[in-house]
Design a protein around this ligand. Sequence first.
Ligand code: NAD
Ligand code: TYD
Length: 340
Amino acid sequence: MRLLVTGGAGFIGSAFIRLVLGTNPSVSILNLDKLTYAGNLENLECVAGNPRYRFVRGDICDTALVNRVLEEWPVDAIVHFAAESHVDRSILSPEPVFETNLRGTFTLLEAARRRRVQRFLHVSTDEVYGSIPEPYAADESYPLRPASPYSASKAGSDLLALSYFTTYRLPVVVTRASNNYGPYQFPEKLIPLMISNALEGKPLPVYGDGMNVRDWLYVDDHCRAILAALEKGREGEVYNIGGNCSLPNIEVVRKILKATGRGEDLIRFVTDRPGHDRRYALSSEKIMRETGWSPQVAFENGIQQTIAWYQENAGWVARVKSGEYQNYYALNYGSREEIR
Ligand code: NAD
Ligand code: TYD
């Protein structure tokens, strides 16, 4: 089987490539990635010499390039991770989000339709459902109420992908996962940012009252679910992928401080994110029932493994935090005030 993976140099895409090449000797992968600030070939050093792996640097919005790649290297399936993936950046600068998440997905869908690709797995997010009131959990028929430019672009691209199934019978499967965490995550998202700041003894900026709830999913559990959906998911269907681990942000932050041996004096409650979704909660009953997948990594274990990885990979962290990251950090956090 030959796979085109987009965005494979990012956090989840690289975990997927490492997992598939490590466990599936009959699969070859071509990774198409633009290498934005979030793409990092260091994440793929362990597969770089693998004869079943190829890398092409390029933009998924580049129609000629996407068509050329698929012509020169015909694939059975596309697993589409590439995205601008961060809510805060999407608030500060929405245009790249629109370009990659909407235009890029459109470009890939068109190329896949013309080449009659046998499977198009579109990797999406639970954020498309927006904030979910207690005590509900969204199943796949829950209304889409995205609140940020990021989540709106993902909702738009989900619907576009599904329309290619309905209209052109392109065999699309959409997955919607909850918040991922694990090794190699860029330290702009909550968990890696808090771990790396705690390890450096820097303040931990918690938005608002810290009571926003996220459902945490270990990245390898997510990748196993994507494989399950790729192999067993039904065409034209959406599959939620949750970690079954809902926690308020402040609890996550306290666990990280405890595990890194730091005190709660590092916590700073700062100006909230505009349009901040209060709570995400997912029902993953459908993918569990149809594919047999279930999350295997409990949060207590996953967070220990993740912290250990960041401790052991200080060089990786230092490199990704140099340069552009410093500008982003100043822009996103510099004007936030401490609120209590
Ligand atoms: P990431 O930001 O770590 O990686 C994104 C990758 O896409 C990078 O390697 C980047 O270089 C590449 N990319 C960006 N724009 C591109 C373009 N125009 N052309 C080609 N490559 C481009 O993201 P991630 O956290 O690994 O997320 C991957 C996917 O999973 C995204 O679609 C995201 O919406 C979805 N998702 C993420 C989470 C999460 O918690 N991180 C949860 C659910 C779903
Ligand atoms: P994030 O990791 O950005 O994921 P998402 O917004 O896609 O869920 O944020 C997770 C939660 O953590 C969210 O409620 C916002 C909050 N958060 C903070 O409190 N401080 C921070 O510095 C960051 C990055 C996030």
